[in-house]
Every structure is written in structure tokens, then in C-alpha cells.
Design a protein around this ligand. Structure first.
Ligand SMILES: Cc1cc2nc3c(=O)[nH]c(=O)nc-3n(C[C@H](O)[C@H](O)[C@H](O)COP(=O)(O)O)c2cc1C
Length: 345
């Protein structure tokens, strides 16, 4: 049950939408936000449960969790949450229950650090697209599928594959990091293959109706035009494997300097205009005018991270006429999920 003012009920952002198999009650999404605070063994800390308690009552359609690691060799930092074993299920069940105490559905973001796991994976092999054997690729794919099976068992409404920000799946998709000459390298279709096989594996194990989203880098900071052609090919492949929605990110999750406006408008709308893939746009969205403008086009939902770290009740505040407190400085990352304005020391 969403608790909002009557005058907001006709605003598009507050209306339900279907993202493939996932139906949500509003178009506000909390984008995956890692807090870097897991216990050394990968268990989730109390601070993080409290973050979900603060978010849960607000009118989100969907809350996506932190990037959660599917296998020990892929742990991208010492504070990353884990889902590589059933021992973590009670933690994840607790998050799903907390979020479901409010109106939102919840999805676990799952990923593998690839080369970003160097120094934080306990001395295990560091995987890169170029050094992995075909067997190791299959093992990683299975780890993703097992993680999704756990997420489903814990009560999550779906999973999101992290194929952005230089983690393993996005390393595969970047031509500058993937020099393979087999079926996993070369064309865009080949470079997205590992993600597509994971997606198909999850649908086979969890059911076609279990939602799987993909967060994808839609630019590569080099040859964006040819990269974007590969993105469109990848989107077709993902759609044919049953991907329920695409969250469009970029090489940098936030550009250097402080962005003054949403910064993935062009790529998100180009994808939404040219495919049937439901698109969720993220990045720099801070005002009701931004949200209205984005949802006027074919993009179906808007996703936000930093403003919600600063103000979990951000949605109600901006629709009541307040200005966002978050100025996108990004210091909440270094402060492990605390807005610099709330810093106590
Ligand atoms: C502290 C912090 C942690 C983040 N953790 C993740 C993550 O786990 N997975 C992910 O895909 N993106 C992560 N991001 C990126 C956000 O999801 C989002 O794409 C980015 O911050 C742009 O949105 P915003 O301008 O609303 O913050 C993180 C961002 C911040 C600031």
C-alpha cells in the first residue's frame, strides 16, 4: 500500500508499470548502492539493514540491493556482501522481508569483480576476460545462477546482473579489456555472451517468470559510436534471452565533476526508442522536472542512488517542493553510505 498525497496519484512517476515479468507500483527505483561495510566473512552488517528499514516505507516501486558477490574469487572489496553460499541466506531473507514491509519490490544485484577483485579475494586467482579458460567461464556462470537461485529462495522478486562499472561482465563487454578470439570475444554479440548465458541459465533454473534485469554500460569512454552499435546488438541478444529490463549506465557511474543534470538521457532514450526492452534510466536525476521529462519518452522508470543516501524520503520531499539536498559530490562512497552533510566526526 503506497502512502502518498492524493494530488500525486495522477503523476506518471507514481503510476504502476511492467518491466517484463516484474510489475511495480511506482516508477521510482532505488539503484544498487554498495555500502562497503560487510563483515570480513561477507555477512551483512546492522548498518545496512537499517538503510533498508529507512527506505522501505517510501513510495519506491523497486529497491535494488548492493552489488553482491557470487563467488569468493570475485570479491571486489573487503566490505562487499556475499551470496556465494547458503550460509548467507538468513541475511538476504532479512533484507527481502524489510523491503517487503513497504510498497516496493526488491531485487538483488549480483556480480563478480573480475580484475577488480585483485587484493580483496584472499589470494585466489584474479579473473580477466583474457585469462579465463572456457571451463572457468562456465564455473562463473554457474556461480551466478546459484546466486540467483538463493535470491529467489530468500524472497527476492528478481535479480539484476551487474554488467557495468568495470566489473567482470562489463570487462567482457568492453573491447578494450576483452581480446579473446573465441565465442566470448570480438563482436558485441560475442562479448555479451557470458551475460546472456547467465541470464538463460537463471531463467532455466528459476523459471521464465523470475525477473532478471541487466545494468549495462552504454558508453565506453573511447569509441562511443561503434560501442553503442554493439550495445544495440547486445540488447537484442538479452531481449531474446528473456531479459526483463535494462538499467542504462556508463563507463563512469557518474562523470567527473559534479553533474548538474541527468547524464544518460541520450543513450537511455536511444535504446528505449529503438527496442522493446523496458529501460530504466539512472544517473544525476534530482528534480521532479527531470523525472517528468524522462518519463515523457519511452523510458519506463527512473533510478536513483546518492539522493536516497542523503534523504531516504527524497521522493516525498521533492514532490512537496523541496530542492534535493544531494549535490552529487559522490563523497557518500568514501563515507560508506553516509552523506557528507550527516558526517558526525
Ligand atoms: C556509494 C555508492 C555505491 C554504489 N554501489 C553500486 C552498486 O553496488 N552497484 C551498481 O550498479 N552501482 C552502484 N553505484 C552507482 C549507482 O547505482 C548509480 O548508478 C550512480 O550513483 C548514479 O546515480 P545517482 O546520480 O542517482 O547517484 C553506487 C554509487 C554510490 C554513490
Amino acid at each position: 500500500m503506497i502512502n502518498i498525497k492524493d494530488e500525486w496519484k495522477d503523476i506518471k512517476a507514481f503510476t504502476p508499470v511492467s518491466l517484463g515479468e516484474l510489475s511495480i507500483d511506482t516508477r521510482f527505483v532505488r539503484s544498487a548502492t554498495e555500502l562497503f561495510r560487510a563483515l570480513p566473512d561477507g555477512h551483512i552488517c546492522d548498518f545496512e539493514f537499517d538503510v533498508y528499514r529507512k527506505l522501505a516505507p517510501h513510495p519506491f516501486g523497486l529497491i535494488i540491493t548492493a552489488h553482491t558477490c557470487v563467488s569468493p574469487e570475485g570479491r571486489s572489496n573487503m566490505g562487499q556482501n556475499a551470496v556465494w553460499d547458503d550460509e548467507f541466506n538468513p541475511d538476504h531473507r532479512k533484507i527481502a522481508e524489510i523491503v517487503h514491509s513497504g510498497p516496493a519490490k526488491t531485487i538483488m544485484q549480483i556480480g563478480h569483480g573480475g580484475m577488480k577483485a585483485d587484493g580483496s579475494n584472499g589470494g585466489r586467482p584474479v579473473y580477466t576476460p583474457d585469462n579465463m579458460t572456457a571451463e572457468q567461464i562456465k564455473e562463473v556462470e554457474k556461480a551466478f545462477v546459484r546466486a540467483a537461485v538463493r535470491a529467489k529462495a530468500c524472497g527476492y522478486d528478481g535479480v539484476e546482473l551487474h554488467c557495468a562499472h568495470m566489473y567482470l561482465l562489463s570487462q567482457f563487454f568492453y573491447p578494450q579489456y576483452n581480446h579473446r578470439t573465441d565465442n566470448y570475444g570480438g563482436s558485441g554479440v560475442n562479448r555479451i555472451r557470458i551475460t546472456a548465458e547467465i541470464l538463460s541459465g537463471i531463467k532455466a533454473e528459476c523459471g521464465d517468470d523470475f525477473p532478471v534485469l541487466v545494468k549495462l554500460n552504454c558508453d565506453n569512454n573511447e569509441d562511443n559510436e561503434s560501442y553503442f552499435r554493439d550495445v544495440m546488438d547486445a540488447v537484442s541478444v538479452l531481449l531474446s534471452c528473456g531479459c526483463d529490463a535494462l538499467e542504462t549506465s556508463g563507463y563512469y557511474s557518474s562523470p567527473t565533476g559534479i553533474p548538474k543534470k541527468p547524464y544518460f538521457c541520450e543513450t537511455a532514450s536511444a535504446i528505449a526508442e529503438n527496442t522493446d526492452m523496458p529501460v530504466i534510466q539512472v544517473g544525476g536525476i534530482r528534480t521532479t522536472a527531470d523525472i517528468d521529462a524522462i518519463l515523457k519518452g519511452k523510458v519506463r522508470a527512473v533510478s536513483m542512488s546518492r539522493p536516497l543516501t542523503s534523504q531516504p524520503d527524497f521522493i516525498e520531499r521533492i514532490y512537496s517542493g523541496e530542492k534535493a539536498r544531494c549535490v552529487s559530490c559522490g563523497r557518500c562512497a568514501g563515507l560508506k553510505g553516509i552523506c557528507v552533510l550527516d558526517r558526525k566526526d
